[in-house]
Write a protein that binds this ligand. Sequence first.
Ligand code: NAD
Length: 356
Amino acid sequence: MNPPSSDAKTWLVTGGAGFIGANFVLKVIADGVRVVNVDKLTYAGNLDTLAPLAGNDRHIFVQGDIKDRALFQRLLTAHKPEAIINFAAESHVDRSIDGPAAFVETNVVGTLSLLEAARDYWRSMEGPERDRFRFLHVSTDEVYGSLGDEGRFTEATAYAPNSPYSASKAASDHLVRAFHHTYGLPTLTTNCSNNYGPYQFPEKLIPLVIQKALHGEPLPVYGDGLNIRDWLYVGDHCSAIKKVLERGRVGETYNVGGNAERTNIDVVRTICSLLDARRPLPSGKPHDSLITFVKDRPGHDRRYAIDASKLQHELGWQPAQTFETGIAQTVDWYLSNQTWIQRVLDGSYRMERLGA
Ligand code: NAD
């Protein structure tokens, strides 16, 4: 049974109907937290993901935009959360190539508006409540730009964003930093590598490939397929955010990574072999016969790799999944949740190429 709401601590989450935000909301509500979940419900936000929370009095969903400062003033005063966790963003690099303005609106202007509401709320608090309050901003390793064959991003790596998406996230990170230094707002920032796992919108590499492979469609691989990403299972990312929120040092940033560098072509081949074993193609051919190399993404960063040793040493966090265990669970989840996929693909996106 759920404990009475008055006993539970309250966190305000933005973007909690998206991929990572929803995984986080489902996890922390199971842990006993009360969540006020504010999401605009763009194409990437799906209430179906939150269906397991129907009737749970520790989940309060509000459809709203992080730019709506008056809405946040009302919600903060009414619910008095101990923390704000900002997941809300436009998140797809290819879409940022086609239309960068929406990325500036939400990721930069929206984050600024949310910071202003958070600052005013925090200033209105007193004593232990004020000391306890945290603003945690979820960001990306893409702000650091691209790596050569050697080295990994640390928290001291200079920002060098290359896409409109990463530039907008970098701007938001700088605003978070400035609100700590200028106003004293107790902020925390996490910069993580590419996430994968349940409930990811099928425009991103891993769910897109699973979905296309299941239907025997060509599997598009950008360029030579040798771009490297450092994959992080979404459940591990959520446990890292929770740890940083509860124990991170105010004003600090923490890198989060899964120690799982893989080339894109390796990722696609791994998915193909898992599907060969679980759902062979009617033709009897292996799924990797569907791989098709396509024109590269403009400005495609070559390699990302995360050094997460600060988070490991300071806060004792470790990823629980290897890439092999995480990707097998992910393929199994998509095989068992085809209804979710059909419902989120509501007709506005048909898994076509974007940002070419
Ligand atoms: P997502 O696109 O799946 O979800 C984003 C959510 O934000 C959606 O539910 C959407 O409706 C909501 N949203 C968008 N604009 C909004 C607005 N103006 N106001 C309120 N809600 C709005 O994204 P995700 O993959 O879950 O990413 C979450 C966060 O993590 C983002 O900040 C992203 O930059 C960051 N991140 C993601 C990854 C990754 O691999 N997915 C990696 C590093 C960092």
